[in-house]
Design a protein around this ligand. Sequence first.
Ligand code: ZN
Length: 432
Amino acid sequence: MTTLRIENALLLASAGVEPVPDAVLQAEEGVITYAGPAAGAPPCPLGAEVLDAGGKLLLPGLVNAHTHVAMTLFRGVADDMPLKPWLEEKIWPMEGRLTSEDVYWGALLGCAEMLRAGVTCFNDMYHHFPEGTRAAVDSGIRALPSGVLLGFLRRGDAVVDEAVEFCLGVREAHPRRVHPMLGPHAPYTCPDDLLRKVIAAAHEHDLGIHIHLAETAHEVEESLQTHGTTPLRHMADLGMFACRVTAAHCVWLGDDDIALAAETGVGCVHCPSSNMKLASGFARLPEMLAAGVTVGLGTDGAASNNRLDLLEEARLAALIHKGHSGDPTVVNAHQALHLATLGGARALGLGDLIGSLEAGKRADCILVDLSRAHNQPLFDVVSQMIYAARSSDVDTVIVEGAVLVQGGQFTKLDEAGIVAETTTRARRLARG
Ligand SMILES: [Zn+2]
């Protein structure tokens, strides 16, 4: 039996509880068997891998609930542009040149970036999804891959059947760390007949659905004209919310949409950097939280962020809604850390598996060094994590009981090799 034991940690089991000094976390075969004070810890079994946390903060790994990971290849290639020409003149032509191997390396670069920043789980939607998934598996991170389904690329049963086949295969091959979903891109790119097929397949095979919803005001206007109702209500009318759904962005929600999201339990993913960079607008996060909507945080792709830094998204979520609402009490530090951990886990349907450190859950956790000048003095670890700490303070990253980053260094990934390979590939894609 593989045992991991972390000793001498300052344990923050979840955003809502008191930190425990001199704590121990023990995991057997990747599952937490104990997380609490050293005084009550079980004996350390012979042969256990023991980490001395040296008083560092031990908390759940961060959950990036929406991204397009291989878009790291397009980081910085085109910025400060309106959405339409950005997509039509820059991104889509480059995506047309992508090979499966490009996606593998771009995804590996993104996984490395996320792991180094304390992200232990990410929810992805992209082309060439088997290769993106292979990169996630190779990196050791937890992943929810979905192949993007676009009505204008290919239609009919075949595209959904292919996605289902991929999901079932990868779920069987990697049952512990890979949780595939079906990924219809958005209501405005997927006709209703395609969405109905996706919903039927999700029911039949118990698969989640990952979709973009209500990202822009234009999308809502178009939905009102075409379907006579909002994107959220339209999806509800198609029966989608009887499935497990993760909806990215949800910027333009009316009061009825917020009530609908709360009632149906659809997981909404707030992406503050992307929404600011693409000028999509301000999501109604304070109202969503007050209504009891399940919300997580996402970075979106690196082409529209340009970082895959979930801790920064949490800080931004806490800050921009104060500025936008004129109320400094909204989205407090505890709420922001919850969004980045258990909130994200629940928005992905993994709330029973990850998002907090307690016996029975998977050992996805990070150690953060709060000893440096910018983190001192230390009064409240949650406040420090959200407002003062930087993702570069993440010292150790563990997924499913496996130590992937230690002392700020990768234990298995070759960062320099990944950077060299992706640099060559990204230059070729940008050249055309
Ligand atoms: Zn997106």
